[in-house]
Design a protein around this ligand. Structure first.
Ligand code: B12
Length: 492
């Protein structure tokens, strides 16, 4: 069967056009099982879809959604496919979390829940053989006006997956980006899911609190190939919990060192699971930056989040990384449901004690598929969008909407803006690192690139969005001395 896999265009410019890893894995899986596959990365280059359909003549298309950002383009593509009688499948974390709403658009046949490789293969095999596909595990579809969800599909054994065939990418250039002063960065993954069940995360529903890993030897072979054939210089791991535990992390790092991989890399992982010896081993294996989800400095709030994190470990781990020469970035959330002023003060206190790390601070936003989302809906404190069109509106978070905390919105804005401003104006991240890292300059370049990212119309839109965002942050970070004092925040 001819299957066209599509990563639709986003409706907002994003600097990091990460590798469409989910689609690549699906493409490879379908190919080794005998289907003819083509992949279109419309997020990077959007071509005439009618021409694509005429040339490749797909029997089925599959669109991928990590977030709602690709909705508009996916609708255009899917409507065109439906006109031609092509079978349309949507998959990815976003559609898995709002399955029924997707069908109000009337342009798709089925959605695939969770991991898609085996589901789409079984579906394609059945369609090709003219067999009934309605009992294929992991599907959602409409039947007689009613939404049907088939039996859940068991997870794949990732060690049985074929190595990813990256040749489905027709142009590598837009996928190689620069971050933390490292260029030629390419997104890859080693593991899926996370062992922690934070109440704000989709992990509970999507990965059932499981972390599964591909064989590191397969990853190393893929990385070597990408380095030699496509000139990648560094890997940005998309794993949600890189390494998982000490023993496994050490195994991964030693394998990379033994293979003499010769690539820099960075990852996201947890505070409090690794010690100095592990971070040193990571550095020796090429790790140059680590992103940590810290979320809050308050023990009570972290417990409410089920984060399983001891805030005392944050400055300790960050200091070790700094000493070794690993750049760090910490993610924080403000405005978490029921957050108090005292809890927010604890976050500010923690932030003040870790001056050398970069921060990203977001307002809490309820994510479908998470424990807290269900709780808020059940308690009538949050009403999720009832129309898919609401997800299609570009979401820009100038303020927490809704503010479910006990902290006034203005205070949340001052704290968040202060954190972002502090990060933005910081010059160095890691003393051990020879190269200094001028954030402000880099962020300004990113913002300017964003203006030209998607043509004139989006460029103008982006100009106002970025400009407004910048002024909003600048204003709240600098013009509320009393609020800053209340939370113990300092300019320097
Ligand atoms: C790269 C990435 C990004 C990139 C690119 C996003 C993009 N291309 O759309 C950037 C940085 C832009 C980004 C932004 C955001 N992201 Co993001 N991102 C990721 C990340 C780190 C990696 C994705 C990946 O490669 N996974 C590995 C592959 C193998 O898995 P996969 O993509 O899920 O694919 C599998 C299945 O989903 C399924 N599947 C996927 N597509 C398809 C298609 C078909 C046809 C089928 C059958 C199956 C299928 O099968 C695949 C193979 O098993 C994930 C975390 C993660 N590790 O998954 C978060 C993640 C996807 N992001 C997430 C979020 C919340 C966001 C933001 C909303 C964050 C924010 N608050 O701003 C923004 C979106 C902004 C917006 N305006 O909407 C959440 C999504 C949760 C959810 N339920 O929707 C994730 C899961 C992180 C998390 N733990 O919360 N993100």
């Amino acid at each position: 069967m001819n299957i066209l896999l599509i990563n639709p265009k986003f409706d907002r410019y994003t600097r990091t056009l990460c590798t469409p890893l989910g689609l690549l894995s699906i493409a490879t899986y379908l190919e080794v099982h005998g289907h003819k596959v083509k992949m279109l990365n419309r997020a990077a280059k959007s071509t005439d879809i009618c021409k694509e359909f005429d040339e490749f003549k797909p029997d089925m298309i599959g669109c991928s959604f990590l977030s709602p950002m690709p909705l508009k383009d996916a609708v255009v593509v899917s409507e065109e496919a439906k006109k031609r009688g092509i079978f349309v499948v949507w998959g990815g974390p976003f559609v898995s979390s709002v399955p029924e709403l997707c069908f109000t658009l009337g342009c798709l046949d089925v959605i695939s829940f969770g991991e898609g490789e085996a589901t789409i293969l079984e579906l394609a095999d059945k369609l090709q053989a003219g067999e009934d596909w309605h009992d294929v595990k992991g599907l959602g579809y409409m039947q007689d006006g009613r939404f049907v969800r088939t039996e859940e599909r068991e997870f794949l054994d990732l060690s049985k997956l074929p190595p990813i065939n990256y040749e489905y990418i027709d142009d590598f250039e837009p996928l190689l980006y620069t971050n933390y002063n490292y260029d030629g960065l390419f997104g890859m993954y080693l593991s899926k899911g996370c062992t922690q069940n934070c109440t704000f995360c989709y992990n509970r529903d999507f990965h059932h609190g499981c972390r599964r890993q591909r064989p590191v030897e397969v990853l190393i072979e893929e990385a070597k190939y990408l380095k030699e054939k496509h000139g990648i210089k560094a890997i940005s791991f998309t794993d949600e919990l890189f390494g998982g535990n000490k023993k496994n992390l050490q195994y991964i790092c030693r394998a990379m060192i033994d293979a003499d991989l010769g690539l820099y890399w960075g990852c996201m992982t947890r505070i409090g699971i690794f010690d100095e010896e592990d971070f040193q081993l990571m550095y020796d294996a090429g790790c140059r930056w680590i992103e940590f989800g810290v979320e809050s400095g308050s023990r009570t709030e972290l417990a409410r989040m089920k984060k399983g994190l001891n805030p005392d470990r944050v400055p300790v781990d960050l200091k070790i990384c700094k000493k070794i020469g690993i750049i760090t970035l910490c993610y924080f959330i403000v405005g978490f449901p029921d957050e108090t002023e005292e809890e927010l003060k604890a976050t500010c206190e923690l932030m003040n004690s870790i001056d050398y790390s970069r921060f990203i601070c977001s307002y809490y936003n309820p994510l479908a598929g998470s424990e807290i989302f269900d709780k808020l809906v059940a308690e009538g404190r949050f009403t999720p969008p009832s129309k898919i069109e609401d997800y299609m509106k570009t979401k820009i978070f100038y303020s927490p909407k809704p503010n479910l905390s006990k902290v006034p919105t203005k205070d949340l804005k001052v704290v968040r803006s202060h954190m972002l401003w502090k990060s933005f104006t910081k010059k160095y991240y890691a003393e051990g690192e020879k190269r200094s890292y001028a954030t402000a300059r880099k962020d300004i370049i990113d913002a300017l690139e964003a203006l030209t990212g998607h043509g004139l119309k989006q460029g103008i839109e982006q100009f106002f969005i970025t400009g407004y965002e910048f002024l909003d942050i600048f204003f709240y970070a600098n013009f509320f001395p009393k609020t800053m004092k209340k939370y113990g925040l300092h300019r320097k």
